[in-house]
Design a protein around this ligand. Structure first.
Ligand SMILES: Cc1cc2nc3c(=O)[nH]c(=O)nc-3n(C[C@H](O)[C@H](O)[C@H](O)COP(=O)(O)OP(=O)(O)OC[C@H]3O[C@@H](n4cnc5c(N)ncnc54)[C@H](O)[C@@H]3O)c2cc1C
Ligand SMILES: NC(=O)c1ccc[n+]([C@@H]2O[C@H](COP(=O)([O-])OP(=O)(O)OC[C@H]3O[C@@H](n4cnc5c(N)ncnc54)[C@H](O)[C@@H]3O)[C@@H](O)[C@H]2O)c1
Length: 470
């Protein structure tokens, strides 16, 4: 069998597509993607979800401003117009990106799935064999569907399909307590659907500081029907075209009627689609094992020339992490003698639900454990948005900013926010952690615009009890 030889093979056109820079102009590159060109973030993830989140948040504000002396209502939600506006932009970027790559002399695009047949050779679904001394696995992750009767119902959607539906459904059941469930519960409920979010335990947004998750549960329950400890058992299709979603709730059977069931029960890395486990180390969570330079491991040893990045190998399924890893791998591919690693000490995340949530660093529980283990004290401050002037303007009772720092040094250990634009408010705190800025210097070493909402961050910093602070 003939094997097509390349200098570089990239599997995955999401973050992987950004690897091809001018350094490869004179070399032969193959980029392979069996799915939609551009990957998850562009086509099914970060970007379209936020394009729905924004109008949903506008609608939420419009309909929840009575406390400000405003009576407003949303008289029409034109879902098809919204969907077409969103995807006319996204689809054009995806097909434009594909056309651009197809037009390059040095790049060959394979639009099929591949798997490894040895560490440096791949076989496409149609049987072609490709080989290269350098291969980057950027194959991402996919949605997981729980194995329950009725999971193949026509009313079941995942994040891959739900944004392209024909119309806004009347009754939506969202399965899951993670990022995707939280964001879509907000979107559908704010746009006017009757939403039930069913979480199998009493934990939402696992791993988040409990102050934030408790506040989120309270706020979510005021906007949609949040049901905890509801274990999905079955989805039964009814003759009228709807479905009945059946749960076990602490030993009792609970049935909820739905026109659409959004399953957001987690994502799994695509390592198995590549037969990666035959040639490389694959961890229990199905990520491909890599060293600090993103080189793939086999039997604990580096496989020369094979790198992995993003959801398929990362501890985080976040696009800003995949992007940072892409920059590192891009450099390492052409600088084998001065390899770089990605600094993942302070990885932030935001959940674009209602209210927004943003987090970086340790939760209070984890910070207390670390303090006990390593012998230092922590200081914690919770500042409500409603305590600062802009929070008064908003009549806010939902938002809070919680900071955790080392008492002796003033190093920030964790920052957790829930409330309006938390994903923006947290950025100076991420910056402080990344660059080692002490909380006392951060609080008083700069002006904080009055009366901006950032004063909630300023006041939280000032509320921390640092030993050396005057
Ligand atoms: C609904 C949703 C919302 C999200 N929102 C955010 C957000 O707001 N912020 C954020 O930071 N992150 C968000 N994420 C996560 C983010 O989208 C991912 O972390 C990121 O896109 C991963 O990029 P990647 O390059 O690793 O993989 P991908 O972009 O998924 O690219 C992998 C590509 O590999 C292809 N592929 C897989 N297996 C094979 C194979 N065997 N052969 C050939 N091709 C293959 C796939 O078709 C895919 O196109 C969201 C995810 C989802 C699902
Ligand atoms: N704003 C963002 O950054 C953003 C937005 C969306 C997704 N993402 C990324 O995508 C990843 C996947 O998101 P997700 O929400 O699908 O996953 P998740 O891991 O955040 O949450 C999965 C949820 O599904 C539940 N679950 C698992 N199995 C179940 C079952 N059998 N029945 C019922 N519930 C079940 C879990 O308990 C959990 O609550 C996230 O880890 C995140 O990194 C990020």
């Amino acid at each position: 069998m003939t094997v097509q030889e390349f200098d570089l093979i990239i599997i995955g056109s999401g973050s992987g597509n950004s690897l091809i820079n001018e350094e490869w102009d004179d070399k032969k590159v193959a980029i392979i993607d069996g799915g939609t060109f551009g990957g998850t973030c562009l086509n099914f993830g970060c970007i379209p979800t936020k394009q729905y989140v924004y109008p949903a948040t506008v609608a939420h504000h419009a309909t929840h401003s009575g406390h400000l002396g405003l009576e407003a209502e949303v008289t029409k939600v034109d879902w098809p117009a919204m969907r077409d506006r969103i995807f006319s932009r996204i689809d054009a970027i995806s097909s434009g990106g594909l056309d651009y790559r197809l037009g390059l002399d040095n790049v060959t695009v394979f639009q099929e799935y591949v798997k490894f047949v040895d560490t440096h050779t791949l076989e496409t679904a149609s049987g072609a064999r490709l080989s290269a001394p350098q291969i980057v696995i950027a194959a991402g992750s996919r949605n997981v569907l729980p194995e329950v009767p009725g999971i193949n119902s026509k009313n079941v959607e995942t994040s891959d399909t739900v944004m392209r539906i024909d119309d806004l459904p009347q009754r939506v059941v969202v399965i899951g307590g993670g990022f995707i469930a939280a964001e879509f519960s907000h979107v559908f409920s704010a746009l006017g659907a009757e939403v039930t979010q069913a979480v199998r335990t009493d934990v939402v947004l696992r791993g988040y500081d409990t102050e934030i998750t408790d506040r989120f549960k309270r706020e979510a329950a005021q906007q949609w029907n949040l049901r905890l400890n509801h274990v999905l058992k079955e989805i039964r299709d009814e003759q009228d075209g709807s479905s009945t979603v059946i749960f076990d709730h602490e030993g009792e059977t609970v049935e909820v009627e739905a026109d659409l069931v959004l399953v957001a029960a987690g994502r799994t890395p695509n390592s198995d689609t590549l037969a990666a486990e035959k040639f490389f180390d694959v961890r229990e969570n199905k990520t491909i094992a890599v060293d600090r330079y993103h080189r793939v491991l086999a039997g604990g040893e580096v496989v020369e020339g094979v790198f992995a990045l993003g959801d398929v190998s990362s501890d985080y399924m976040l696009k800003h992490v995949a992007n940072a890893e892409t920059r590192t791998v891009q450099y390492n591919l052409t600088h084998p003698d001065s390899l770089r690693s990605t600094d993942e000490r302070f990885v932030p995340a935001a959940v674009f639900t209602s209210p927004q949530i943003a987090t970086v660093g340790l939760s209070e529980d984890d910070a207390r454990s670390a303090a006990e283990r390593e012998g230092f004290e922590i200081t914690v401050k919770v500042q409500n948005f409603g305590d600062v002037a802009y929070g008064w303007a908003m009549e806010d009772s939902a938002g809070l900013c919680k900071l955790i720092a080392r008492k002796d040094t003033g190093d920030l250990l964790g920052a957790h926010l829930i409330g309006e634009e938390s994903s923006i408010l947290i950025q100076p705190l991420i910056q402080a952690m990344s660059f080692g800025l002490k909380v006392q210097d951060m609080a008083r070493g700069q002006f904080w615009i009055h009366p901006a909402l950032t004063e909630v961050v300023e006041n939280a910093l000032l509320g921390l009890e640092i030993d050396s602070a005057q």
